[in-house]
Design a protein around this ligand. Structure first.
Ligand code: SMO
Length: 788
């Protein structure tokens, strides 16, 4: 039994393949080469908004090695523009996005022409010699500018810049505010960010005119979605398209989308009938990858004298950029930012309005947590402001208001989202003990007397994970949202799991192998995982919304049960007993009298080579497939509480992180090592959002800090130790009980830094509304408070 315990659920096994990747033996898109491969460099729009009058390509075509220069008009003949207006999102309006600019470019860095050459170097040389004739048009960049009454349109096809308007909750909540003991109010500003994957985006596309098949290798999260996207845009049968995601070095939502430049690469291959490669370089990543998070918000909260939340009234304005990311749109982050406000708490009256604005900037899309970090940050700071107004300790304030889903009528949030199995009280208890909250508070008071400003911040979150067909179907989005597992018992007794789940470094595939191994009591090395290839895996989603284990793990568990049932029935026939009396242990079948002499290898050999030895003359299927999507819910919810301890230098405005704690409930933990590292990685991205990261544009829409020297991502030196603990409340939506963890760190991280900073600044009377909380912004807030 000890070996079993070391291999199944709960074992902290290292990630399979980690050594291969760390030693540089990964096989990424850029490692793929094909005979006759051509390379693309894009000529990109120099202005944020312009009318393209002409393209001069003669000089570029003279460059040795340059094969073709292809523009938007040429591609338009064979490739449709992305149209991203899901029918289930009323009032949503986004402009069609062609693979290459046809006549109007709407953000700096939009791809205009593809220079195709025998080498990347030749393609880049050619790209420098393509001359574009432009009329510059007025650009609209900030959310405020986009909103202005007389704002120039981001796209000349529209008269204004409003892309989405939606309300959650009641039309009017003023009643709840009238009789309140305290009403607090605050404005928020969230800086635009991007995912900064270690491996940039990249694609190899090969349209083979002989077979009339399209093969694509892409650094991506969702190969099945991309198969359908490319088929649709190029008018092909999805069955003639195969998409493979080989090793992927980080994705974070950024690689969930279809990109115009990657579609252009595929279309160029279709046009030329030759394989082409396009790898995004780091500078292009900053200007042409999806961005996220840019938002302005205002929120009011009403509480009674005991601290109960009587009402929340919020408005969120989100910066969408020039186009809606295809195919899921850019509205998801904005919608979640609004509808998840207040989610961990019981809230009397609720109203949250959300608006999305077009801007002459890179399109915004999903990024780890998708809007939920914003909702958490707003909610948690409002709770702190209210707790100060009501003179209630912030930890106590949270406890007073937590949503307890065992109570009648509290399973749906104020926005109507069902969130079951919450465990916020238990998480908070564990957290306060781990950080020694009481001691930190007394230390804080003592240091304040000496002019040392330390802050203690809490952030509770509820996260929607594992979103499935229940969400996308009603929106009218045709994306694969189930997760599937095809499990095969090989003739040698080993197992193959082909899964629709993909892995960009999380270790999900290792954890699924571990889960399967545990079901048969074998070592994880006995399970081979196949993933990221529409030619070899069952139809399904991939990776987003923390779904890998929650949905893909459940599909694997169900496939194990079916394969095992068939094998045990066969074994029962051979052993002349009831199947219920048999079980697998370390790959062997154990019966009422102990080891039966039958094991996986023997049963596999019998089924494959000697089926006539079966007592019934029948053998069970050696390959079973299970697909899973939660039937009753559009998603599964997870929850947790984060805490930050930090110190602010009031002279410099710098923020020093002293401690970080998180108690997370992601239900069943299959591999605690991988789960804890997912939390830590997510928290680092949350800290990055809070303190460092921001895509800065000039007023006329030039991206001004698009290098890793200028766009600051957190490094090891800035990070505190991150203490991770768990409460485990398995979800009842699945047999496995996993609730999702990949984004939980990011969802809570931003809010916890925000509340800790607010707490540290209490003696100064300052509040910093604009994030990231750079030293300049912190100092400005302190000085403004001194002047007041
Ligand atoms: S941002 Mo994630 O791919 O849901």
């Amino acid at each position: 039994m000890t070996e079993l315990a070391n291999s199944g659920i709960g074992a902290p096994l290292p990630r399979e393949g980690a050594r291969r990747l760390a030693e540089g033996r990964g096989r990424y898109v850029d490692d793929i080469t094909l005979p006759g491969l051509l390379h693309i460099a894009f000529v990109r729009a120099p202005f944020a908004h312009g009318r393209l009058l002409g393209i001069e390509t003669d000089d570029a075509l003279e460059v040795p090695g340059v094969v073709a220069v292809i523009d938007g008009r040429r591609l338009a003949e064979i490739c449709a523009p992305f149209d991203t207006n899901p029918p289930g999102v009323p009032g949503h309006a986004s402009a069609p996005q062609p693979p290459l600019v046809v006549d109007e470019s709407c953000f700096q860095g939009e791809a205009v022409a593809a220079v195709v050459a025998e080498s990347r170097a030749a393609a880049e040389d050619g790209a420098e010699l393509v001359f574009l004739d432009w009329d510059e048009l007025p650009a609209v960049c900030s959310i405020e500018d986009a909103q202005a009454e007389d704002a120039a349109p981001v796209h000349t096809r529209f008269s204004d810049n409003l892309s989405l308007r939606h309300r959650f909750g009641a039309e009017d909540v003023s009643e709840a505010f009238h009789g309140a003991a305290h009403v607090v109010e605050a404005d928020f500003s969230f800086g635009r960010q991007t995912g900064v994957t270690l491996e940039p985006r990249g694609i190899v596309a090969h349209w083979d005119p002989r077979t009339e098949e399209l093969e694509v290798w892409q650094s991506h999260q969702v190969p099945w979605q991309m198969r359908e996207v490319y088929a649709r845009q190029l008018g092909l049968s999805p069955q003639s398209v195969r998409v493979t995601a080989p090793d992927v070095g980080g994705a974070f939502g950024l690689k969930l989308h279809a990109y115009a430049d990657e579609l252009a690469a595929v279309a160029v291959s279709r046009l030329l009938g030759r394989p082409v490669k396009y790898i995004v370089d780091r500078l292009e990543s900053f200007t042409a990858d999806a961005h996220a998070r840019e938002a302005r918000a205002s929120c009011r909260m009403a509480v009674d004298a005991e601290g109960h939340i009587l009402g929340i009234d919020a408005v969120v304005d989100a910066g969408f950029g020039a186009y809606a990311m295809h195919p899921r749109g850019s509205f998801g982050e904005a919608m979640q930012a609004a509808q998840m406000i207040g989610a961990p708490y019981r809230v009397g009256a609720f109203r949250a309005e959300v608006r999305g604005w077009r801007q002459n900037k890179a399109p915004s899309g999903a990024y780890r947590g998708v809007g939920q970090p914003i909702a958490c940050a707003i909610t948690e700071e409002m709770i702190d402001l209210a707790s100060r107004a009501a003179d209630i300790d912030p930890a106590e304030m949270r406890r007073i208001n937590y949503r307890r889903t065992l109570d009648e009528g509290t399973r749906a949030t104020q926005a109507g989202l069902v969130v079951e199995e919450l465990s916020l009280d238990a998480c908070l208890d564990k957290l306060l003990e781990a950080m020694d909250y009481t001691a930190l508070r007394s230390e804080q008071a003592a240091l304040r007397a000496k002019g040392i400003y330390r802050g203690i911040g809490l952030a509770s979150f509820v996260e929607l994970t594992g979103v499935g067909a229940g969400l996308y179907g009603p929106l009218g989005l045709t994306v694969a949202a189930n997760e599937a597992c095809r499990l095969t018992l090989q003739p040698d007794g080993s197992l193959t799991c082909a899964t629709s789940v993909t892995d960009q470094g999380q270790g999900t595939l290792s954890a699924i192998a571990q889960l399967i191994a545990g079901e048969f009591g074998i070592a994880p090395e006995g399970v081979r995982m196949v993933a990221g290839d529409t030619g070899r895996t069952p139809y399904g989603g991939g990776a987003w919304a923390s779904r890998g284990m929650a949905l893909g793990g459940e599909a694997a568990k169900r496939a194990c049960a079916r394969l095992r049932d068939g094998l045990l029935e066969l074994a029962a026939g051979i052993l002349q007993c009831e199947p219920e009396a048999l079980r697998f242990e370390q790959g062997e079948i154990i019966g009422p009298k102990g080891a039966s002499g039958l094991d996986l290898a023997e049963l596999a050999a019998l089924c494959h080579y000697r089926p006539y030895d079966s007592p019934t003359g029948q053998v069970p299927p050696m390959t079973v497939e299970e697909s899973f999507v939660p039937a009753a819910l559009p998603y599964i919810a997870s929850n947790g509480v984060h805490a930050v301890h930090l110190e602010v230098d009031p002279e410099l405005g710098t923020v020093d992180l002293l401690g970080y704690w998180v108690v997370d409930d992601c239900g069943t933990v299959v591999n605690p090592l991988l789960v804890d590292e997912q939390l830590r990685g997510g928290i680092v991205q949350g800290i990055g959002a809070a303190l460092y990261e921001e895509c800065l544009y000039s007023e006329d829409g030039q991206f001004t800090n698009g290098t890793l020297a200028d766009y600051v991502v957190p490094m090891a030196g800035e990070m505190p130790d991150i203490f991770v603990e768990h409460v485990s409340t398995p979800t009842r939506a699945t047999g496995l009980g996993a609730r999702g963890v990949g984004e939980a760190g990011t969802v809570g991280g931003l809010g916890a830094v925000r509340t800790a900073l607010g707490d540290a600044l209490v003696p100064t009377g300052a509040r910093v509304s604009q994030q990231p909380f750079t030293p300049g912004r912190v100092l400005a807030a302190i000085m403004a408070a001194e002047d007041a």
